[in-house]
Design a protein around this ligand. Structure first.
Ligand SMILES: Cc1cc2nc3c(=O)[nH]c(=O)nc-3n(C[C@H](O)[C@H](O)[C@H](O)COP(=O)(O)OP(=O)(O)OC[C@H]3O[C@@H](n4cnc5c(N)ncnc54)[C@H](O)[C@@H]3O)c2cc1C
Length: 332
């Protein structure tokens, strides 16, 4: 029998809070740990983060390993990797879950390589195989056109999960858990890359990843001016504006608005796709939306196969009428 036991979630922190994706990872981690009849532990890493530990417990962890040193105040991949490796070597979990974030993408494969294990990135579902008790790791393949289920032969089984693909538990501040401080000294020699500059993305209004409604424009919008109308619609719906790749490549809107395989992955309640054809690369970023509404002048456009509601027509006519209707409803 393997020495590896239990589930560990690496909980990323922003400010003094765990990220929403960390809470989602704890939600699925709790289920997997219960199915295995084993423990769910969280690992938090940073400088001055002791106050964050109870949040991981409230979201489902039985135990929280805290690596808290001024050396880890700022995220640096080599240093965080060394800290995470130490935690995983100590806990010896069967499963390690991280978010599919910039650092999750960076740390998971490197951790797997160091431990002689495998990492499956961008999973949209996780479950325990009842016969083998191995982790079933479901992820989109072929640009989101199919889903494949993977298992890993070696432990720990390391995965990252897609944002909003799995649900967080409602936080329960009354839950009890053990907090374990793990002292770690980071050897300066392991830090091979130096951070020379940090650029913070300025977001006016609601962040794309957090918005319940996203209004996205594609190549058919034709220019930056068209995005002003999408912005008006998004503001009326208290949502955010996104885009397919061509508007970003053409600088009609910032690159950070791109949704898709090489852009952001979102799962809002409502996704309004305006003049977007619905390529698989685009859909892999928004197919998790609860309801897709499409406006496209081509009735054969692929987006209509994915949309619950569709309008065949020129967006320049459809959108002003839609905006006016919303204003009328708001005024009524
Ligand atoms: C490796 C790789 C990664 C990629 N990553 C991404 C990614 O992350 N995100 C992404 O979006 N794409 C990505 N792409 C590009 C992708 O393949 C498509 O080219 C892109 O999604 C097409 O964008 P679009 O639908 O806006 O444009 P088009 O496919 O050109 O579609 C424009 C649509 O607008 C409609 N239209 C035109 N005028 C009007 C009008 N007046 N009113 C209503 N409808 C109108 C047309 O009927 C058409 O359906 C990637 C490609 C590759 C190869």
């Amino acid at each position: 029998m393997s020495d590896f036991k239990g589930v560990v979630v690496y909980c990323e922190i922003k400010g003094d809070k765990i990220l929403p994706i960390a809470a989602e990872a704890l939600g699925i981690g709790r289920k997997l740990a219960d199915d295995l009849g084993q423990e769910l532990a969280a690992v938090i890493i940073g400088g001055g983060i002791a106050a964050v530990a109870p949040q991981s417990v409230a979201q489902g962890a039985d135990k929280v390993y805290v690596i808290d040193t001024p050396q880890l105040k700022e995220y640096q991949a080599d240093a965080y990797l060394a800290a995470l490796e130490k935690a995983v070597n100590q806990v010896k979990p069967a499963i390690v879950i991280m978010g599919q974030t910039d650092s999750g993408r960076e740390l998971a494969p490197r951790l797997a390589f160091r431990l002689g294990a495998a990492a499956t990135l961008d999973c949209v579902d996780l479950a325990i195989d009842a016969d083998t008790r191995r982790l079933l790791q479901t992820k989109p393949v072929y640009g989101g056109n199919a889903q494949a289920v993977f298992t890993a032969a070696a432990d720990p089984q390391i995965v990252t999960i897609r944002t909003k693909a799995m649900a967080a538990l409602a936080p329960d501040p009354a839950r009890k858990g053990e907090v374990v401080n793990l002292p770690v000294e980071i050897d300066a020699a392991v830090i091979k890359a130096k951070i020379t500059e940090r650029v913070v993305e300025e977001v006016a209004g609601i962040k794309l990843e957090d918005a319940q409604v996203v209004v996205s424009g594609g190549r058919g919008i034709g220019g930056a001016d068209g995005f002003k109308q999408l912005d008006e619609l998004a503001r009326l719906l208290k949502g955010a504006v996104g885009a397919s790749r061509p508007p970003c490549d053409n600088n009609w809107i910032a690159d950070t608005a791109q949704i898709g395989l090489t852009g952001k992955i979102i799962a809002p309640e409502v996704y309004i796709a305006v003049a977007i054809s619905g390529s698989s690369q685009h859909m892999s970023g928004c197919s998790g939306s609860k309801t897709i509404v499409a406006i496209n002048k081509d009735k054969e456009a692929n987006i209509f196969k994915q949309a619950r509601f569709g309008v065949v027509g020129d967006w320049k006519k459809v959108l002003p009428a839609f905006i006016q209707k919303l204003k009328d409803l708001a005024a009524a």
